[in-house]
Design a protein around this ligand. Structure first.
Ligand code: ATP
Length: 421
């Protein structure tokens, strides 16, 4: 008789270091040393990007182990909790680890809770009530907030999925400059894109984080084979301690909810919504590009923030009346932070000029209500229609997205849409 033990872990790291995926990698290594078998790949689940207590990317991990006896279950739980206690950054006031164990089939309620945690805010009470109802065993450290994410990680449905291979550094290199050969990353991208993606941004390597965490780099792609092949092409000048391939909800747009009207959208949630550009976009201090999107129900301010770099150049070209589908999340100030846009209709824009004279020159105003006068031949016209000249637009209908360096973990890159994923 075999048992499948579902394990979820979250909130073990701080902004000074560590990483929940690393703790997962250590746990799995130790379990393997004990001769235990993992069922499938470990899952790296990204949760609501607006969750207030996140350290960075709001990620939680989950995995399943095949166990043969109650004793094995007990020992496995003890081993996992031991690793979490050993490696969690519990001295950090914002680190509140949570670990959950569950044997049985993931229920619909657990999946719904998980989707809610990806898309909305949930409370500790909600998480603990569900855990109690479906008999999930919960371990909390400090205030145990990590239970929210740990429970979501074990129940997350993956109607679409991607993979991430993470290469980890040796402890002595934490905090030091990452020694990765950039040319090899460009070559790897050239050889494996679009089966892997977001490796390079504007010619620069995009696989390495900028934090002092144990991660050397992460390669994201469509299959385990693709990310492993890409990893073999990357040349590094520092030792790699271990690698781990995660199945993830990254880059699937799982966080995006369909809003049928602008006034139905709420703060700290992410949406896809249709609307019309109300005003011409303007630039505010800091280089952020702002415009208002409206529909029959209301209006919302949309922003392409400075880190979205060249995406802002496209957003700046939008004009009043353009029809859009926008994707993004609503932050603290009620502004929708754009992840991508689809232009479904470009409204014709015109420059308005005074009429031309019979002699070919452009007429000038002869004063208020006095019609026009030609500056060349002196001809006067009491009234004449203004001339409308269509402005050539520098945009086409279709999708525009933020560059990889500004992309949310959950946001689906256009290449995945274009390749039918
Ligand atoms: P890293 O990406 O480096 O692993 P992190 O950004 O994942 O760090 P955590 O340390 O895991 O950040 O902190 C996020 C906290 O927010 C966790 O305690 C998690 O349980 C909680 N949380 C996650 N999603 C939600 C949500 N939708 N509503 C309320 N709390 C949430």
């Amino acid at each position: 008789m075999y048992n499948i033990l579902h394990v979820g872990i979250d909130d073990t790291d701080s902004s000074n270091g560590m990483c929940t995926t690393y703790i997962c990698a250590v746990v799995l290594e130790r379990l393997k040393d004990c001769g235990l078998t993992l069922k499938g790949e470990p899952h790296l689940i990204r949760l609501n990007p607006f969750a207030p207590y996140k350290t960075r990317g709001n990620g939680a991990v989950a995995f399943k182990i095949v166990l043969k006896s109650d004793e094995e279950i007990r020992n496995t739980k003890r081993l996992i909790l031991g690793v979490v206690e050993e490696f969690s950054e519990v001295e950090d006031p914002l680190t509140n680890p949570g670990v959950v164990f569950f044997t049985g089939e993931i229920t619909k309620k657990m999946q719904e809770y998980s989707l809610k945690t990806v898309r909305q805010m949930v409370t500790m009470e909600e998480a603990e009530k569900l855990a109690h109802d479906v008999k999930v065993e919960v371990f909390k450290y400090k205030n145990g907030r990590g239970v929210i994410g740990a429970l979501a990680a074990i129940g997350c449905p993956l109607p679409d999925k991607t993979y991430e291979l993470i290469a980890y550094r040796k402890v002595e290199n934490y905090g030091k400059k990452r020694r990765i050969d950039e040319d090899s990353v460009r070559l790897m991208d050239h050889k494996t894109y679009p089966e892997t993606f977001d490796n390079v941004d504007d010619g620069y390597m995009a696989i390495a984080p900028h934090t002092p965490c144990p991660v050397l780099y992460g390669i994201r792609g469509e299959s385990k084979e693709a990310v492993c092949a890409a990893h073999n092409l990357v040349e590094v000048k520092e030792p790699i301690k271990r690698i781990m391939v995660f199945l993830t909800n990254q880059h699937t747009d799982l966080h995006i909810q369909e809003a049928s009207a602008i006034n139905q959208m709420e703060m700290y949630q992410c949406y896809r919504v249709n609307g019309q550009v109300k005003d011409h976009p303007h630039i505010i201090e800091g280089g952020h590009v702002i415009f208002t999107l409206e529909d029959a129900s209301g209006a919302i301010e949309c922003a392409a923030y400075e880190p979205t770099k060249r995406f802002r150049d496209n957003v700046r070209q939008l004009a009043s009346g353009d029809e859009l589908v926008v994707y993004g999340g609503i932050g603290t100030k009620g502004t929708l932070n754009l992840e991508k846009i689809r232009i479904v209709g470009l409204k014709k824009q015109y420059n308005i000029f005074n009429p031309r004279c019979d002699c070919g020159k452009r007429m000038k105003s002869a004063g208020s209500d006095k019609g026009y006068k030609c500056p060349s031949c002196g001809l006067k016209m009491a009234d004449a229609p203004k001339e409308e000249v269509e402005i050539e637009r520098n945009l086409k209908e279709g999708f525009y997205e933020v560059p990889p360096s500004a992309r949310r973990h959950l946001s689906k890159p256009l290449v995945r849409i274009y390749t039918g994923r």
